[in-house]
Write a protein that binds this ligand. Structure first.
Ligand SMILES: [Zn+2]
Length: 278
């Protein structure tokens, strides 16, 4: 958390709110460890005075393009938030970076758990980041054929594979469980055990799951807010992730199971998603 739909929702909200606006200066709080590159002083110098020319997203990175050609890349990780507020909105100790905008508003980065990271990337570093990530699941260039090719030879279980950012961009624990349930595939199925029809079904399920969540402004279980401070509503539409073990499957009423896959709690229906060992 947040995953692709949440970052996309932040992107959309910021696109309307800050693109075209100049950042007058950067104010850093006591915790500067969230500025991962370059050093905090160089970061502030590189951003101050720059107009924001675009709000983009790649995988779970939010990308603010600057007129210099550099990009501010924000990874929210667990509890990071990037919200536009008026300058007199109260500040607290969880606000680590404030981008002071020319019109009196402020774009503030807050993070209670302090895992979020912000980088200023030149065009070369941005290309490198882009190349290090797998394809975007909602991109038309990711065809059924290409997805089947990606799965070929991958022995890894399908759930951690879906969450591997170098394999596929933007999917995390919530949407992996939701998509595998929709596609009726067990999370421990090895990637290369999927038949062509199963691979196509999985890609379609990943897309539907992510698109539905984007349409609802993301999933807010605890902290997540978009760039204007609004929670999403997709938490009301989760099929399996939010269920407890023993609760009935929404499709067949069999009790839901919780297993651990690659250290992550995983919900599944043992009837709808048959185990690979059966
Ligand atoms: Zn079921």
């Amino acid at each position: 958390m947040p995953e692709l739909p949440e970052v996309e929702s932040v992107r959309r909200s910021l696109a309307g709110a800050v693109v075209g606006t100049r950042i007058e200066q950067v104010r850093l709080g006591a915790f500067t460890g969230c500025i991962a590159a370059p050093d905090p002083a160089s970061f502030s110098r590189g951003v101050a005075g720059q107009r924001i020319t675009s709000a983009g997203r790649r995988a779970k990175y939010l990308l603010l393009g600057l007129e210099s050609g550099d990009t501010i890349a924000v990874h929210l990780r667990m509890t990071g938030e990037l919200v536009v507020v008026d300058h007199d909105a109260p500040l607290d100790r969880h606000h680590h970076v404030t981008f002071v905008l020319e019109d009196g508003r402020e774009l503030r980065f807050a993070d209670t758990r302090k895992f979020g990271r912000i980088r200023l990337l030149d065009p070369g570093a941005m290309r490198q980041l882009d190349r290090s990530l797998g394809p975007e699941p909602l991109d038309d260039s990711l065809t059924d054929e290409r997805f089947a090719e990606m799965l070929a030879g991958r022995r890894r279980a399908i759930k951690p594979l879906l969450m591997e950012q170098t394999f596929l961009a933007g999917v995390g624990n919530i949407y992996a469980d939701e998509a595998l349930f929709s596609a009726a595939l067990h999370p421990l199925r090895p990637g290369d055990s999927l038949a062509e029809t199963e691979a196509s079904r999985l890609l379609a399920a990943v897309r539907d799951t992510l698109q539905g969540a984007i349409d609802r402004g993301g999933t807010t279980l605890r902290d997540y807010r978009d760039g204007l401070g609004r929670p999403g509503t997709n938490q009301h539409y989760l099929q399996i992730y939010s269920l407890q073990a023993g609760e009935p499957c929404p499709r067949c009423a069999t009790p839901i199971e919780r297993i651990v896959v690659a250290q992550r709690g995983t919900k599944l229906c043992p009837r709808c998603q048959p185990s690979p060992s059966q």
